[in-house]
Design a protein around this ligand. Structure first.
Ligand SMILES: [Zn+2]
Length: 66
């Protein structure tokens, strides 16, 4: 079972490093891994403080049953 969160569900106008809509998907075996993964992405690509985004990440984290 994989947990995942989409960057553009958090930052609706987020652009990736090429200036296109960000399609980054953070994945993990549990919520903590997804938060860690997405926090790194938010910091590196969007210069967003992940501390204030943690609950947004958790709120948009879903389970992939596929
Ligand atoms: Zn992104």
């Amino acid at each position: 079972m994989i947990r995942f969160a989409r960057c553009n569900a958090l930052l609706s106008l987020a652009l990736d490093s090429n200036g296109k809509g960000c399609r980054y998907v953070a994945k993990g075996a549990n919520d903590d891994e997804v938060v860690d993964n997405m926090s790194t992405h938010l910091t590196d690509v969007h210069q967003v403080d992940p501390g204030i985004m943690k609950y947004n990440i958790l709120a948009s984290t879903k389970t992939n049953n596929g």
